[in-house]
Design a protein around this ligand. Structure first.
Ligand SMILES: *Cc1c(COP(=O)(O)O)cnc(C)c1O
Length: 362
């Protein structure tokens, strides 16, 4: 019998349970597909692909389009199959055996997961009761462990909390190694760490097409960072990892920035409507700068509320069993109708808790 690497034996896979429901607000996707014009242009573009040829290995057109979006040079952009592959490539290059990676919990589980798969040791810093980063905790973690890589997710998943520029700067100035800012949700917040990227600073900002751009199916993400770091990643990543269709999908999508900005504004407005609706009940609402909201009922168990919503065919993410997130649930902002269905179901469950159903998430 062959056995997996010793250090992987205890690892559990990443799970995002799906249940068949009417209103699905559990995975932070965009409620809207990309514009129809994009779909038409993309269909025409893929009809012209030279399928017998390898793709442009450097994804030069795509990188140039992303660079133009952010006002940087193409040499400052690295793109991959979802931001998860960007993170994996970073960890292959700067994590790995004998190295330490720091996270501040609770946060996106895949940071620690991918770090461990790379062979690195993960150390966990703690966020405070408001799920924020305390300067003392930043100093403790960085001072004690001197991590080669430090993760910061802002807006943080699953809390929605946005770290202010001053805290991010402190982290960057105190970190002895690379700082990775995961900004999968940055378009929904009023501040981005992109302005802090500099050639002489070991810090990168990671973005994705999966959320704002409504392109989770395309698996496309990227980072903006120093050109010397991008050059290292280009050595580590598999050759031709970005297929031609994907490069076209991303490049064409960037022609629709105005339409995407409209959607972001709509989702932010709906997020505020959801936050107000949640706060009208005995529920703690964590202020969010993302396209989702973390909340915690004060007078019933989080799991009971999750089951009650499910009985109304509304699925949210049950975080109540996750470390540090007792009784917490996370709702993704959906369409206007979906959000209203969520608020209606919430009101019904909170005012008259339904008998606990034995529906299991699997
Ligand atoms: C959704 C999400 C991503 C996106 O990953 P992709 O691989 O680009 O789909 C990255 N980071 C965080 C924190 C997320 O929530």
């Amino acid at each position: 019998m062959i056995s997996v690497r010793d250090d992987l034996r205890a690892l559990e896979g990443y799970h995002s349970p799906q249940v068949d429901v009417r209103v699905r607000l559990n995975t932070n996707e965009s409620p809207f597909p990309p514009p129809q014009e994009w779909a038409t242009e993309f269909a025409e573009a893929i009809a012209g692909i030279d399928w017998h040829r390898y793709p442009d290995r450097g994804a030069t057109t795509l990188r140039a389009a992303i660079a133009a979006l952010h006002g940087v040079n193409a040499a400052n952009v690295f793109a991959a199959n979802g931001s998860n592959e960007v993170l994996q490539t970073l960890l292959l290059a700067y994590g790995g055996p004998g190295r330490t990676v720091a996270t501040f919990e609770p946060t996106y589980q895949l940071h620690a997961q991918i770090a461990r798969i790379s062979g690195a040791t993960v150390v966990e810093g703690e966020r405070n009761a408001e799920f924020r980063l305390d300067p003392a905790e930043i100093q403790r973690v960085l001072g004690t462990y001197a991590p080669e890589v430090t993760f910061l997710c802002s807006p943080n998943n699953p809390t929605g909390v946005v770290e202010p520029a001053a805290v991010v700067m402190e982290l960057i100035e105190s970190a002895p190694g690379l700082v990775i800012i995961d900004e999968a949700y940055a378009q929904f917040s009023d501040w981005s760490a992109l302005e802090l990227v500099r050639e002489d600073r070991p810090m990168v900002v990671v973005r994705t097409f999966s959320k704002t751009w409504g392109m989770a199916a395309a698996r496309l993400g990227y980072l903006v960072g120093p050109s010397w770091l991008v050059a290292e990643l280009d050595k580590v990543v598999l050759p031709y990892h970005l297929d031609t269709a994907k490069q076209l999908a991303g490049t064409l999508a960037l022609r629709y920035v105005v339409a995407m900005d409209d959607r972001v504004r709509f989702i932010v407005a709906e997020r505020e409507r959801l936050a107000a609706g949640l706060a009208a009940h005995p529920i703690d609402v964590i202020p969010s700068g993302a396209n989702f909201i973390l909340f915690r009922p004060r007078q019933m168990a989080g799991r009971a509320l999750w089951e009650g919503l499910l009985a109304h065919s509304v699925l949210v993410r049950d975080c109540s069993g996750w470390p540090r997130l007792a009784d917490c649930l996370r709702v993704t902002v959906g369409t206007e109708e979906e959000n209203t269905a969520f608020l209606d179901a919430l009101a019904a469950v909170v005012s008259a808790p339904s008998p606990v159903l034995s529906i299991s998430e699997s």
